[in-house]
Structure formats: C-alpha cells, structure tokens
Design a binder for this molecule. Structure first.
Ligand code: GTP
Ligand code: MG
Length: 136
C-alpha cells in the first residue's frame, strides 16, 4: 500500500471545512489517517515543500498565503492513496474542477484551492520527511 502527505490549506481551516474534507478521506474504504497535526508553516518549511515552484510568478503569493494561518497536515495510508486523494481534490484550478470534488465543491481561486496532496511516491516520501520527520 501507499502513503501520501495531505495539507488542508489555510482557507480550509479559516472556512471551517477541515472536518468536511477529512470526512471525505475517512469514508474511503481501506484508507487510514496515520498522522494529523494543526500547525503554522514557516517560510523555510514552505521553501522546502514548494521548492519546485521557486521563481514562478505565483510562488511568492503562494508562500504568503500558505503562511497566512494554520494548516492541517495529515499522512493518509492505503491502496492507491496518492492518485486517490488527488482525484478527491480535483484539478488545481477550482474553475476546472467538477462538482463532487473538494475543489469543485468549495474552491474559489487557483491559489486558495483548499488542499494539497503529494503527486507521486517520490514526492510523498520527500514531503512526509518535511512535515513528519519522525515518520520518515
Ligand atoms: P498542490 O497539491 O498544492 O501541490 O497543488 P497541485 O499539485 O494541484 O498544483 P501545483 O503543485 O502545480 O501548484 C502548487 C500550488 O500553487 C497550487 O495548489 C496552487 O495553490 C498554486 N498554483 C499553481 N499554479 C498556479 C497558478 O498558475 N497561479 C496561481 N496563482 N497559483 C498557482
Ligand atoms: Mg503539487
């Protein structure tokens, strides 16, 4: 089985949507939440996490947004969970996301799209190390 690193972004926390989003993940048969923490992210952590986007025009506003309030970080484990949580989330741009997906149902703009989920096994292992070094 797989594990993935999920972040419920500051907009999800501010809007009181963390319970709703976690419920959607929990309802999936065979998936398990194995770590969960509410925390504030500093710039150094975000630079590690979003390093691939450094230099892009949306990078600075993305880091500002991601440090604008606490996030909920989770590890989710289970069958094909990397692909599965990204399917629950929907496409990055909420306008392109179908109803029934998290971003399709609640997303407003591309930067404030509620949830991050690792996009590959390599990313998942890298990101778990950043957010839950004890679980590496
Ligand atoms: P994450 O799960 O958060 O990594 O989203 P993703 O994998 O769907 O998108 P990606 O890794 O390409 O981008 C990371 C985050 O940067 C996105 O979730 C958005 O919040 C933001 N982002 C990506 N592309 C754009 C863009 O073109 N404009 C703006 N404003 N934000 C963007
Ligand atoms: Mg990404």
């Amino acid at each position: 089985s797989q594990r993935t690193l999920v972040l419920l972004k500051p907009d999800a926390v501010r809007r009181g949507l963390t319970g709703e989003i976690i419920s959607r993940i929990e309802r999936k048969a065979g998936w398990q939440i194995t770590a969960l923490e509410l925390r504030d992210l500093d710039t150094a952590t975000l630079e590690q996490h979003y390093g691939e986007h450094k230099g892009k025009p949306f990078y600075e506003p993305l880091v500002a947004f991601m440090s604008s309030g606490p996030v909920v970080a989770l590890i989710v484990e289970g069958e094909r969970v990397i692909e599965g949580v990204r399917a629950l989330a929907g496409p990055t741009d909420p306008i392109a996301a179908a109803p029934g997906s998290i971003r399709g149902d609640y997303g407003v703009i591309v930067r404030e799209n509620l949830i991050h989920a690792s996009d590959s096994e390599e990313s998942a292992e890298r990101e778990v190390k950043i957010f839950f070094p004890g679980r590496a």
